[in-house]
Design a binder for this molecule. Sequence first.
Ligand code: 5AD
Ligand code: FES
Length: 353
Amino acid sequence: MKNEMRALIDKLISEHRLSTEEYEALLLGRDEETAAYLAAAAVSERDRLYGPKVFVRGLIEISNICKNDCNYCGIRRSNRSCERYRLTPEEIAACADEGYTLGFRTVVLQGGEDAFFTDEVLVNLVHAIKTEHPDMAVTLSLGERTRESYRKLREAGVDRYLLRHETANREHYRSLHPAEMDYDNRMRCLRDLKELGFQTGCGFMVGSPNQTMRHLAEDLSFIESFRPEMCGIGPFLPHHATPYADMPAGSAELTCYLLSILRLIHPALLLPATTALGTLHPQGRELGIRAGANVLMPNLSPVRVRKQYELYDNKICTGEESAQCLRCLEVRVQSVGCEIDRGRGDFLPEAPT
Ligand code: 5AD
Ligand code: FES
């Protein structure tokens, strides 16, 4: 390994921060040796704080109806070939019950920006889940909302909120989204979520169209200063009915390299090995865990709607029962020396650094 690369990594390990230029150099100069060195440090940090554990969250895809038209996303509103669905609050509560029975102590309700899910509908739904299962953490991932809306949801007992920032670079953000979507509003949402006391997750795609190493370095600087509790990253994967149908997919290797860097920036981060990573590479999620990830989000949605929540082509686990998925994941996690933890898997607030 070149001396400069080792020096950068050692600085990241001891100081948990680098300049944007240094992050860019760390990305540009990577090779197998640097990746292995980073991954070993990342795994040892994860194990020091959480043990060799992978937390599971049951993902319920509540609606694929969306008012937005993101260029990369298969459920964008202008995709006429997408068969739309929306689960009823009763169906969603039943999925949460099933998750509870399977041992999950956390569920993530994710969906497009669907106007049906008003504050009132969501507050009632969260109350129903929390009344039935007071020891279950509830995470929402339902896009941009007003501060007042987030406040009501937090008051209703929502523990966590996931909203990927998608890219920390304003011009790049503009290239990935239609004109009516606003980078500043996205960032406003993330700040509000954090201030309101949600465990907050941001994140980005790796290899999205027009992305440069400089952009990724800016994502790392953003995460360093924003200090989210969670960060979801996965490779960009093309969807056939979007403007990006013919764009190349992102790389598993770079995604894993970034996972290791993120672990070293904020050692206590909850970092999923994403379904997109598992879709790109048959052992993608295992590779993610070996790079320092510590969360998996198996699908709890009713099997009949799983194929319809198609953000990208060839998404895995759309035909399996949740119980089957969980068993499959158990084997995969054990194959890389970790154990599944079905507890709430909260962020460690007083993480020793
Ligand atoms: N490839 C990979 N990830 C995607 N997402 C949306 N579309 C794609 C795609 N084509 C990600 C976005 C979004 C999250 C729910 O899924 O980052 O925030
Ligand atoms: Fe779903 Fe393997 S994780 S089948």
